[in-house]
Ligand binder design. Structure first.
Ligand SMILES: *[C@@H]1O[C@H](CO)[C@@H](O)[C@H](O)[C@H]1NC(C)=O
Ligand SMILES: *[C@@H]1O[C@H](CO)[C@@H](O)[C@H](O)[C@H]1NC(C)=O
Ligand SMILES: *[C@@H]1O[C@H](CO)[C@@H](O)[C@H](O)[C@H]1NC(C)=O
Ligand SMILES: *[C@@H]1O[C@H](CO)[C@@H](O)[C@H](O)[C@H]1NC(C)=O
Length: 389
């Protein structure tokens, strides 16, 4: 577990190795994109086995976010969107997710005993479920990825895919014992922040892109925000815990993960755009400030699982950076620009090795392995810094 004191000690010991950080450039972002694509498995349209299913949606999203600010990668990004759209939905990756006592989710993919004691076989492609699976958070990540690809390309198929994923998530609304919220999973074991924030975020994004259905999405986004706010998952310090105890419907005091402080910022910013009501921005800034106060050391973002965040926790911090970018573009603050710059510059100076591979700990040192998850997550901070500077 990461603790402030041991971390400070580690910093002092390695102080001589820490380079003065220079500002990252678009060329650096392009180099980190090429490094990410070393891990792309074109035959299945996913960054597997380097990382997992939901992480792959986050890889696609950061590529779209880079393409939004860099015409030089637009054509390449469009071919990645097209190939992923075709192939990934034929590859129905089966999995079982477990949330441990530390509230760190862990995904076990098909080949991992004991969750698949009968073994795993690639299913008949005609029986797959597109971008839907048994976990509402995974569905939300893919919906956001296709919205991001739509923003770059204007391809209506991507938007339609996000809309149909939204319908599947919506079917879960109000089915939990805890108000209007949705479940994390289709087997109804947990009501958590991430799935509920993603449902809000997808609805709010669609409210600004849904054409003649915009008001329908807006009313869902508003309803979901009301349910989330009433749920108690936002604590007295304005940080967001992992989820609810489904017996009591009270905040379970679970770990404050960076991604749970992130997705909400995008959702509230999109809600503010759709309604022209700036109070959503005010709330988003309270959450962003509380998160930065709670999760940074010397201005650099950390999750408490470092350095053992597993294949899921290694994705979290980029989600915060990406959503802070969305907030910052809508309502800039010098302190958020500085935060994104400092994190991006630190990654490039202290957390990079080999062919511009980026690893888990943004303050450094570089630790093995770097993979499509650590790479895409760090890229989110770099793209966020460039998009807001
Ligand atoms: C791509 O994924 C398939 C299916 O999981 C796997 O068999 C193959 O080895 C992967 N290719 C690479 C280059 O990793
Ligand atoms: C939920 O709360 C109940 C009642 O306080 C408690 O007995 C139970 O252990 C809690 N469940 C979890 C998963 O923490
Ligand atoms: C961060 O928040 C957690 C949970 O609210 C709290 O226990 C912890 O002391 C906070 N840490 C810092 C550095 O603010
Ligand atoms: C990716 O790297 C992270 C951080 O080094 C590690 O925790 C995770 O297990 C790796 N993911 C995979 C699928 O190997």
């Amino acid at each position: 577990m990461f603790s402030r004191s041991s971390f400070t000690a580690a910093l002092l010991v390695s102080a001589s190795a820490v380079l003065p950080a220079q500002a990252v450039t678009l060329a650096d972002a392009e180099a980190s994109y090429q490094a990410l694509q070393q891990f792309y498995n074109a035959s299945i349209g996913l960054w597997i086995p380097s990382t997992g299913w939901w992480n792959s949606a986050n890889c696609l999203t950061v590529i779209a976010d880079l393409a939004m600010i860099d015409g030089g990668v637009k054509a390449q990004s469009e071919s990645v969107f097209g190939n992923t759209f075709r192939e990934a939905q034929l590859y129905n990756l089966q999995m079982q997710k477990v949330v441990g006592p530390d509230y760190l989710p862990r995904t076990y993919y098909g080949h991992h005993w004991p969750y698949f004691p009968q073994g795993w076989h690639r299913p008949d492609p005609h029986q797959t479920n597109g971008f839907l699976n048994s976990y509402y958070d995974d569905e939300g990540w893919w919906a956001l990825a296709w919205i991001a690809a739509y923003d770059v390309t204007g391809n209506w198929q991507y938007l339609a895919t996000a809309e149909s994923i939204f319908e599947d998530m919506k079917a879960a609304a109000g089915t939990t014992p805890c108000g209007g919220l949705i479940w994390w999973d289709k087997s109804h074991t947990y009501v958590n922040a991430i799935a509920n924030e993603l449902f809000l975020d997808v609805a709010a994004h669609l409210a600004n892109r849904g054409g003649n259905r915009a008001t329908y999405y807006l009313s869902w986004a508003q309803k979901q925000w009301a349910a989330f706010k009433a749920s108690g998952m936002i604590n007295d310090q304005n940080t967001i815990n992992d989820g609810l105890n489904i017996t009591t419907c009270k905040n379970n005091g679970g770990t404050v993960w960076s991604y749970n402080q992130g997705v909400i910022l995008g959702g509230l910013t999109e809600l503010s755009k759709a309604t022209r009501d700036s109070s959503y921005i005010t709330t988003a800034k309270q959450i962003a400030d509380a998160a930065i106060a709670n999760l940074t050391v010397n201005g650099i973002l950390h999750d408490v699982c470092e350095p053992d965040c597993g294949a899921d926790g290694s994705q979290f911090k980029g989600v915060f950076a990406r959503n802070l970018q969305i907030l910052q573009q809508a309502s800039p603050e010098a302190r958020y620009a500085t935060f994104l710059q400092d994190n991006a510059n630190s990654i490039w100076a202290n957390d990079r090795e080999g062919q511009d591979e980026l690893s888990l700990i943004w303050s450094g040192p570089f630790i093995q392995p770097a993979n499509a998850s650590t790479q895409s997550s760090a890229m989110d901070a770099i793209v966020g810094a460039l998009a807001t500077s």
